[in-house]
Ligand binder design. Sequence first.
Ligand SMILES: [Zn+2]
Length: 189
Amino acid sequence: MLTAAHILPRPPRPDQPACGHVLDPAGHRAPRAAPAPRGTMAAMTRGTPRRRKQPRSASGTPAPSTCPCGSGQPYAACCGRFHSGVALAPTAEALMRSRYSAFAVRDEGYLLRTWHPRTRPAGVAFAAGLGWTGLEIEATEAGSAFHARGVVRFRAHFTDGGRAGVLRERSRFEREAGAWVYVDGDIDP
Ligand SMILES: [Zn+2]
């Protein structure tokens, strides 16, 4: 679990999403204490299928000029190539970065098709007020063009209702029919 040290103090939120994945209800009892995210980055926005009611993809969101993954490249030349299907992420790290960017631009279709069929949810519900503001890759294991599996450790920065926080996660990836897909992850590894 994340500790309060990982995210800034914040007041209780009455508008906690019904999916219950985003914030720790126990945190609401401590004045000014920071409710910690309950799960992985994926779990923070995973919910019951509400595809038709949620922003569905990058097509409904203005494309950012600079890629959200922090590469410094234009979005269209970086993760945007993978989101549009022009190219496949060649490594587990590239897929991780592109999925982070997909959360940032709310591209549900990309998130679902890069999710392993074994663990893929029926849909992705993007929590209102939750925005992804930066990514730091801490370490990678395997995950190259010569591997079938890979692990990426990262820190994902976010703001939730205007408050900044950081999620640390160790994500596992596998190659499925030649393409890298996300399997699952551990928080605060
Ligand atoms: Zn990118």
